[in-house]
Design a protein around this ligand. Structure first.
Ligand SMILES: Nc1nc2c(ncn2[C@@H]2O[C@H](COP(=O)(O)OP(=O)(O)OP(=O)(O)O)[C@@H](O)[C@H]2O)c(=O)[nH]1
Ligand SMILES: [Mg+2]
Length: 405
């Protein structure tokens, strides 16, 4: 099974909130988890997945996934996750482990900010009485640290850059876009950020530090959209905090309640054949012999997490990033529109996560350069309609690419 993905998502937050637990639950990759700050130093990189309804039931066929899998009619597609060290206030000045490791997130399309919704860790991630720390504070400082990181990238060499833009008469959005390449930001987003910061009327050599900062804040929203994962919801103080986070952040962020630890336990129990559990579900079924301790742990998860919140939230967080923030679409290409198969006769073998607005031609190029070059048109297999090269692809569509010689 090819384990690669076109979507990259960074996991950020202060220390000791459960970032690595989320990473491990989503990827089932070994990674060190511990109840104290700065457990993670070097980043963990691995593959998790999004979940969506497969089209196998729609067509009433048995599929044969070759990239990833289909469980009970739920299809999964890969997403790359990058778990980095914890950030503390003033990391940009070098506190804690600093913020240089954020460079590992340059390629990230979006971020998951893991906060400790149970309020049992202080602003630097040290354990405190549950409910005694306000997680809203974590949201504010983290934005600033990410901003200072972006600011640092931009401020370096600004004067020379600004002079050269003016001397050559180049467009500021084009030049800034080139300068920020590697940050996974589109030129249109750079232009929007300049506009939103009200800086189009100002010559780059006159941008003050405050101006650069305003631009950076606007850029962050567009270049690194973020979801809040309100973790540790199995602990009682989390309930009130989740409500507050939702209420206070409703204009800016989606807040998803989560228990990363519960998900990790469920996925491990499932991998060990003890339970049947489809990631994202609201319950599980015991199918193996449990020790008393395992039984208690699973019952805790059922009563404290699944029954209260409807799921552990891990799958929902990843889905929210990919489908709500980034608005990706999952598309099934097929070579035979009647058998819904590839050239080898495998039914619905592959699914591709494509950026919002991608077209059939983009899909053809993603599958193979040659297919892109020979592209003539495409067929939407559900409706049997012909799609032009530029029609945006729809989520869960099945597409046959028509090629010429
Ligand atoms: N109660 C509870 N504890 C959790 C949950 N998720 C993680 N934890 C605990 O939180 C502690 C920190 O977890 P990590 O995943 O190492 O946290 P981190 O954010 O990666 O920490 P650093 O790498 O130090 O920044 C561990 O003791 C976890 O077991 C959860 O859903 N509920
Ligand atoms: Mg960690």
């Amino acid at each position: 099974m090819p384990r690669r993905s076109g979507v990259q998502v960074g996991i950020v937050g202060k220390p000791n909130t459960g970032k690595t637990t989320l990473f491990a639950a989503a990827t089932l990759q070994e990674a060190k988890i511990a109840p104290y700050p700065f457990t993670t130093v070097e980043p963990n990189v691995g593959i998790g997945d999004v979940r969506f309804k497969c089209v196998c039931k729609y067509f009433g066929v048995k599929d044969e996934p070759v990239n990833y899998f289909c469980l009970d009619g739920w299809r999964f597609a890969p997403v790359e996750l990058i778990d980095v060290a914890g950030l503390v206030p003033d990391a940009w000045r070098g506190r804690g482990l600093g913020n240089r490791f954020l460079d590992h997130l340059r390629r990230a399309d979006a971020l998951i900010h893991v906060v400790d919704a149970s309020g049992s860790t202080d602003i630097e991630g040290r354990p405190v009485e549950p409910g005694s720390h306000d997680p809203l504070k974590d949201v504010e400082f983290l934005e600033r640290e990410v901003d200072m990181w972006l600011y640092g990238i931009l401020r370096r060499d600004w004067n020379r850059f600004a002079l050269s833009v003016e001397a050559t008469g180049a467009k500021i959005e084009e030049e800034l876009y080139k300068r920020l390449s590697g940050l996974e930001v589109e030129e249109a987003a750079v232009a929007e950020a300049i506009d939103a910061a009200g800086l189009y009327a100002k010559r780059p050599t006159l941008w003050s530090d405050e101006d650069i900062m305003s631009f950076v804040r606007e850029l962050r929203i567009r270049a690194k959209p973020m979801v809040i994962a309100a973790n540790k919801v199995d602990l009682p103080p989390a309930r009130r905090n989740v409500e507050r986070l939702r209420e206070r952040l409703k204009e800016r962020y989606l807040v998803v309640p989560m228990s990363a630890e519960a998900e990790l336990a469920l996925r491990r129990a499932s991998a060990a054949g003890l339970i049947r559990y489809v990631p994202g579900d609201d319950d599980f079924e015991v199918v193996g012999r449990l020790t008393e301790r395992q039984e208690r742990a699973l019952e805790y998860i059922r009563t404290r997490v699944l029954k209260v919140w409807g799921s552990t939230g891990v799958q929902e967080v990843i889905n929210t990033v990919v489908f709500d923030l980034l608005r990706y679409v999952a598309v099934f290409p097929v070579a035979d529109e009647y058998k819904l198969s590839d050239h080898k006769g495998r039914v619905l073998p592959e699914v591709y996560l494509m950026k919002h607005g991608s077209t059939p031609r983009d899909l053809a190029y993603t599958i193979h350069t040659e297919l892109g070059e020979k592209f003539i048109a495409a067929i939407d297999v559900k409706t049997r309609r012909r799609l032009s090269a530029t029609t945006p692809l729809e989520h869960r569509s099945v597409v046959k690419i028509v090629t010429g010689r």
